[in-house]
Design a protein around this ligand. Sequence first.
Ligand code: ATP
Ligand code: MG
Length: 336
Amino acid sequence: MLKEYQPTIELLPFNARIQSFPYNELKFGTSLGEGAFGKVYQSHWNNNKIAIKVLKRNGFHNEGAKKSFISEVHALGSIQHINLVHLLGYCIKGSKHMLVYEYMSNSSLDKWLEEDNLLDWDRRLCIIMGVAQGLAHLHKCNPIIVHLDIKPQNILLDQDHTPKLADFGLAKILDGKDEDVMRLASTSTPGTIGYMAPEIQEKKQASAKSDVYSFGVLLMKLLNGSPFILNGNEVRIHKFIQWARKVHVEENGFQQIFNVVINNSISGFDDTEAKSFLEISLQCIKKDPNQRPGIQEVLQHFEGLNKKKGIQYIPTSIPVYFNILSKRFVSAFKLK
Ligand SMILES: Nc1ncnc2c1ncn2[C@@H]1O[C@H](COP(=O)(O)OP(=O)(O)OP(=O)(O)O)[C@@H](O)[C@H]1O
Ligand SMILES: [Mg+2]
């Protein structure tokens, strides 16, 4: 039975207001992992589990930098959706800065994709739809927020396996409309190879459509599950995507990709759904960002299936994001 989506607010165990956590009272438990921006620790606060990200960069030397960090945390904490990890607050100890998040008991999607049979077909579809909803919420923010690092490690799963996008606070914020293209500093290479859109790698340009690209790769990964294999050899994701894009334009290309990508041994596999999801993925990974659908369009594609499967979507109103971002803070979180 698929989970029904409910409004976020009822699920939040914490007061929605951003908190400043006193360092001396924070207990750092087990390390949950380490990414480009720092180490994440499990902890507790008022009998609730929390996750603390200790930011690697100690670039907050003066009062101005500290103030803009706090402003930004408040702004990001105001963005709430069932498919976004909730930022609870922050902690500052000297030049050390930490972000405090709600804890996700089922860790990140990458761990669930390590073995073929941990996630059945319907669960995979629920996850991808949740990711699309979370992304659509970010893309509807005013000003728009692009994530730029959609990948299994940044999809966290709560106790019911509801997917939540993590690290959207580390995304660059575009001050404009959906079509706006952001120019990235030549030193910054956001995202993770394989999931990163080609325009970011080649032109250092990013837009909401760059997230759609990463979403398409993620979708293909969920349909496949295992490492990507071509001609009997495991290949890197970006090689596989290049192959799929090339074959797609050839006669009978779709069927060929279908035969290679689709893992029909996943429990509950559905051939018709697999076809439509693969088609969506192929649209999303197009090289030209203008040819990719917007995430709203992707959600519309999902609607038919949504009705059939009985997954209830929450209505998406237009969220307003308080744009009190300072440039210094963005550079502190300079994209990888
Ligand atoms: N709120 C959380 N609840 C539970 N586990 C978490 C939470 N945040 C992060 N983790 C775990 O910690 C790991 C490390 O997270 P981190 O964001 O530092 O690195 P990453 O996601 O692998 O890479 P990136 O820096 O690109 O985001 C994640 O992969 C996830 O398994
Ligand atoms: Mg992360």
